[in-house]
Design a protein around this ligand. Structure first.
Ligand code: PMV
Length: 345
C-alpha cells in the first residue's frame, strides 16, 4: 500500500535576521515585519516516514535527534502536529517517525528551531502532496512557510533563497503575516553575502524565544519599535534594490543593538551580551574605519556575533577574524547566503 511506504528527506537552512522579529500576537503572527538572509552551511535534515499506528493518540510521533529519542523537542513537535493536524490528515491514520540532525554542532549557540521547523514542515507537506497525488505547485514553498511559521516564526523565512521578508508591510507589495516571501530584486553588491558566526558562548539560551517575544507585551517602547521595524523593512527592500552598502551597514547594526536594547528595557530585563561580544564589535568597527572594508555585525537574542561581508572581501575579513578577534570567540562557523531548502530524496 502506498501510504505506509511514504518516506521523504528534506534539508532546510537557518537564517539570520537583518530587521528583527521581536514581539508576536494571535496565532504566531508578528507584531512587525522582518527581513533575513537565508544561510547555507547551517541546516537541519529531516527524514520523515509513515508506519502503522500502534496507539490511538491523535498524533503518534517518534522524534529522534542525532539517532536518539529527544523528549523535549519531540514534545514541542508533537504539539505542533496536533495543533495543525488539519493540514496533515494522514496523521489520523498513520504513525510518523522523524529523524532530525543538524549540520552544526549541538551546542554551537545557533538557533536551530528555524531550520528544524522548516525541514519538518517541508517533509510533512511533501507527504501530504504525495498522498493527494498532486505535483508540487508554485504555492508549495508559501504553504511550507505558513506551516513553519506556526512552529517557529523565524522558520517562515528559511524557505527562500537569499533575502526573505515575513510580515505585513504597507510599503512592500505581496507581504503577509501568514508566510514569508522572497526578495528577488537584489543588487549585485548584495549577492554572495558571507556570514561568519563567532560563537562567543555556547551555553543554552538564557531566554527562550517565546518568553522573549512576550516581553514585548506591555513594553514601554513597543509601539515605536514595531513602527520602526516596519519602516526599516521597507527601507531595506529599497537598499537591497539600489545597492547602498553604507545604508545597509547602518541599518543592520542598529537593528542588532535595538533588539538588545528592547531586552534591556523590558520587565523582566535581560543582558545577553558578553565581554567577548562587545570586544568583537568594537574591533570590527575600528577595522571597518581603518580599512574601508564593508563589513558589519548583527546579533541574535544571545551573545554570538554574526559578521556580514561581501564575498569579494572574504580574504581580508577572514584574516581579521582569525588574527584579531581570536580571543573573543570559542569557535567560528563560516557560512554564507544559501539557495533555500533541498529535497534529498
Ligand atoms: O522564531 P523565534 O520565535 O525563535 O524568534 C526569533 C527571534 C530573533 O531570532 C531574535 C529575531 C529574528 O527575526 O529571527
Amino acid at each position: 500500500e502506498l501510504m505506509s511506504k511514504v518516506k521523504v528527506t528534506w534539508s532546510c537552512p537557518s537564517n539570520i535576521a537583518i530587521v528583527k522579529y521581536w514581539g508576536k500576537k494571535g496565532n504566531q503572527l508578528p507584531c512587525n515585519s522582518s527581513l533575513s538572509l537565508t544561510l547555507s552551511n547551517s541546516y537541519t535534515t529531516v527524514e520523515a516516514e509513515l508506519s502503522e499506528k500502534t496507539s490511538d493518540e491523535p498524533v503518534q510521533l517518534s522524534y529522534f535527534f542525532d539517532g536518539e529519542i529527544n523528549e523535549k523537542f519531540g514534545q514541542r513537535v508533537a504539539k505542533f502536529l496536533v495543533d495543525n493536524r488539519e493540514f496533515f490528515p494522514f496523521l489520523g491514520e498513520k504513525a510518523i517517525t522523524i529523524h532530525s540532525s543538524n549540520s552544526f554542532p549541538h551546542s554551537a549557540g545557533i538557533a536551530s528551531s528555524a531550520s528544524a521547523f522548516g525541514a519538518i514542515s517541508l517533509a510533512l507537506l511533501d507527504i501530504a502532496y504525495i498522498l493527494q497525488g498532486t505535483d508540487k505547485d508554485e504555492q508549495f514553498y508559501n504553504k511550507a512557510s505558513y506551516l513553519a511559521r506556526l512552529g517557529s516564526g523565524s522558520a517562515s523565512r528559511s524557505m527562500f533563497p537569499g533575502f526573505a521578508l515575513w510580515g505585513e508591510n504597507d510599503n512592500v507589495k505581496n507581504t503577509s503575516n501568514e508566510h514569508a516571501i522572497a526578495i528577488s530584486d537584489v543588487h549585485p553588491v548584495f549577492h554572495n553575502m558571507k556570514d561568519a558566526i563567532l560563537i562567543v558562548e555556547d551555553e543554552p539560551k538564557k531566554v527562550s524565544s517565546s518568553v522573549g517575544h512576550s516581553l514585548m507585551n506591555n513594553h514601554p517602547y513597543a509601539e515605536q519599535r514595531f513602527q520602526q521595524a516596519n519602516e526599516r523593512t521597507a527601507e531595506l527592500v529599497e537598499i537591497l534594490k539600489t545597492g547602498n552598502m553604507d545604508a545597509f551597514i547602518r541599518l543592520c547594526e542598529s537593528e542588532a543593538l535595538t533588539l538588545h536594547a528592547m531586552m534591556m528595557t523590558s520587565m523582566d530585563y535581560y543582558l545577553l551580551v558578553k565581554p567577548g561580544t562587545i570586544t568583537a564589535i568594537e574591533r570590527l568597527m575600528e577595522f571597518r574605519k581603518e580599512s574601508n572594508v564593508p563589513v558589519c555585525f548583527t546579533l541574535d537574542a544571545g551573545p554570538n556575533v554574526h559578521v556580514l561581508y561581501p564575498k569579494a572581501y572574504e580574504a581580508q575579513v577572514e584574516a581579521f577574524i582569525n588574527n584579531e578577534l581570536r580571543d573573543t570567540y570559542k569557535k567560528v562557523i563560516f557560512d554564507q547566503e544559501g539557495v533555500g531548502p533541498t529535497k534529498m530524496n
